[in-house]
Design a protein around this ligand. Structure first.
Ligand code: PLP
Length: 405
């Protein structure tokens, strides 16, 4: 059984936040326009509140110009908007020293991680250094580091890749094993804040202690920015990389925040051309909206919905919930799972289950979720939540799943 503590906390969160949530849900036209549908795929991309839609419309109808190139008002305003968005991101991420950090805009987390791997990491690493790669996380946080190693090898610089150790069966990092294996040559550690399949909070605040003061820690925050408070200072990381579109901004947006304290300055090379100005405008507004809504409350709401789903799903015959065992344990003191629940059915292939669920109006993800090779080998169904989701949607989903036991 889920611990009474978690259950009670979940119920209290739902009771306390119900009115607040209703007010926020009403701000998503795509959600309110189709009440018979339930969007349960926010880990893939999030829906956009009216404030973001308005910001896009206002920018394109009053200001649209290129940034950093003109001498007229619209161009100057666009340049300011881009610079202000950088400051906005620094504040949103709890930047401890904004005058000593950098923000680089990207199209999403994948491009952000690859930019670090291509433009920064090779200059940082030396022959014989080690990098830690989270081999059961998203491919976007694996492949760029392996590519960097190959690139360096062609130049005669040999870097060792150490797979991140995981706890057996849970998908969580094994921080003790990491500490045992990390040494003076462990210079770069790639980690994920919230696992995109298991939904587990990966306890990144414990990584620094495991790897020592000099290693660079690069955080994939694709599933945490917009879902919970993310503080680069508290987590003690050097890079934070996220996708704006998963944080309620337009597709094609994302950013790399770089602390600039260890290793060479992060200054992606070459002429980067016209920035995604309207996307950047949408991102700044999305972060304003999320701050005003309160990421701590968004976290409590989605955690409570995910706990409700796992708590009931585990009693339905025929379903297996993946990863995140700690939050299923009877005596677990912490609601370790965030707003993602992934499961499969004993007999029904996940793709088929996805179709059945869509017949009932539920939009879920059903495949192998771009997970790295060391992760689950078979497909599964992922339900991923955001602030616009409701208790009623979870209960309706459970009722449909119960018909297939
Ligand atoms: N990292 C994680 C943990 C993700 O969940 C995702 C997307 O699902 C990515 C990286 C890649 O993000 P994007 O497709 O926005 O580049």
């Amino acid at each position: 059984m889920t611990s009474p503590g978690i259950r009670a906390q979940g119920r209290a969160a739902v009771d306390e936040l119900r009115e607040w949530q209703r007010g926020l849900r009403a701000q998503f036209p795509i959600i309110t326009g189709r009440p018979e549908l339930a969007y349960l795929d926010s880990a893939a991309t999030a829906q956009k509140p009216q404030a973001v839609l308005d910001a896009v419309h206002t920018y394109l109808t009053t200001t649209n110009a290129n940034a950093g190139r003109g001498t007229y008002t619209w161009a100057n305003r666009t340049t300011d908007l881009v610079e202000q968005a950088r400051d906005r991101i620094k504040r949103f991420l709890g930047d401890p020293a904004p005058d000593r950090s950098a923000v680089h805009f990207t199209s999403g987390t994948t491009e952000g991680l690859r930019t670090i791997a291509r433009d920064w990491l090779p200059a940082f690493l030396e022959d014989g250094d080690e990098i830690v790669v989270p081999v059961a996380d998203h491919r976007a946080n694996i492949e760029p580091w392996l590519e960097a190693r190959q690139l360096l090898a062609r130049q005669g610089v040999h870097v060792h890749v150490r797979p991140m150790p995981y706890q057996r069966g849970s998908g969580d990092y094994d921080h003790t094993a990491l500490a045992d294996r990390a040494g003076a040559r462990t210079r770069f550690v790639a980690v994920t804040h919230v696992h995109h399949v298991y939904g587990g909070d990966m306890n990144v605040h414990r990584i620094r202690r495991a790897v020592g003061p000099d290693a660079v820690i690069c955080l994939d925050a694709a599933q945490s920015v917009g879902h919970l408070p993310v503080s680069a200072a508290e987590l003690d990381v050097d890079f934070v990389v996220f996708s704006g579109h998963k944080a309620m901004a337009l597709p094609g947006t994302g950013a790399v925040w770089a602390r600039q304290a260890r290793g060479p300055a992060f200054a992606p090379g070459g002429w980067s051309g016209t920035p995604n100005t309207v996307g950047i405008a949408s991102l700044a507004t999305a972060l304003d909206w999320l701050d005003a809504a309160g990421t701590e409350r968004i976290e409590r709401w989605t955690v409570a919905l995910a706990a409700r789903l796992t708590d009931r799903l585990r009693h339905l015959d025929g379903y297996e919930i993946l990863g995140c065992r700690a939050s299923l344990a009877a005596d677990s003191p912490v609601p370790h799972r965030r707003g993602i629940v992934t499961f499969r059915h004993r007999d029904i292939p996940s793709g088929d289950l996805g179709f059945v669920l869509f017949d009932h109006g539920f939009m879920v993800r059903s495949d192998s979720h771009c997970q790295g090779g060391a992760g689950e080998k078979t497909d599964s169904v992922r339900v991923s939540l955001h602030v616009y989701n409701t208790v009623e949607e979870i209960d309706r989903l459970l009722a449909v799943l119960a018909t297939m036991t």
